[in-house]
Design a protein around this ligand. Sequence first.
Ligand code: PBG
Length: 337
Amino acid sequence: MTPRLSQPVGAYPRTRLRRNRRTPWLRRMVREHSLSVDDLIWPVFVIEGDNERAPISSMPDVYRLTIDHLVKDVSKAHDLGIPAIALFPYVNPSLKTPEAHEAFNPDNLVCRAIRAVKDKVPDIGIICDVALDPFNSDGHDGIVSDGVILNDQTIDVLCKQAIVQAQAGCDIIAPSDMMDGRVRHIRDALDGDGHQDVAIMSYAAKYASVFYGPFRDAVGSKGALKGDKKTYQMDPANTDEALREVALDIEEGADMVMVKPGLPYLDVVYRVKEAFNMPTFVYHISGEYAMIKAAGQNGWLDYDQAFMEVLLGFKRAGADGIITYTAIEAAERLQKQ
Ligand code: PBG
């Protein structure tokens, strides 16, 4: 980002900032930031079965899709120009174990979804979460023993999870678990299995946020979750620590970094981009989506304008891309502009 003058030059009445706001063409001419379809990543939920679009009550207009519908919707996303999707599975509760075995089953729902999408829509990027919460009977991102989330034992499982996803055709592995050292080990594991070109987008600064609630409904981990995630996700009060998290992940081999949630953490997005100049992504998460959606449905604000303003806010803060449940709607709006 370019350095800015700390003091405006000139003074009223010769200087009038409203002059540059007078007409739409003028406002377009002096506009500093813009949103494009290239900035959008669409997160999608996948479930077992056929021909089903299962609604999620806390995320109106977002569905869990069976693989046949997933492929159709992803094809639409590709036609709209969206560069990538992020896949999240709703795992059958009977498959959840304390060791999260299903996470590294090469034929699990995520791997089958990756193969189906790659087969029919080969030119869209696929990003996959690496974390154990959808597969773990404790609902935690790591292996739990006596109430403690085990760091190093979890990393072994995350590496196996990353490998089955890469083998299925995943382009970008996105560790969202916040274990220390996982990026380094996942990079080594991927390289060791011949996946040098599979990238890592690390959820580097991920906060212990109440706004994940609707997502946990969507992937069915809410009922399972015992306690909270505060021993591994970050304290919402900290930003210097976010820079240390990002620095470590870059050092360990992350190709891109992410800040999550989005809206309450724009200062973190700004500082991360300023400090590292890395491809920096932000996750406009489920609770942020639900808030705007609910207000829109109640007629309290204009839903379309509200989410477009939020997405632009992420760009202004320095994000290079946004993971957002509004990606399809945003792409459609951008096409009409
Ligand atoms: C799981 C994961 C979460 C989200 C993405 N990956 C939830 C959590 O950490 O509990 C949240 C996404 C959202 O709220 O939209 N590791």
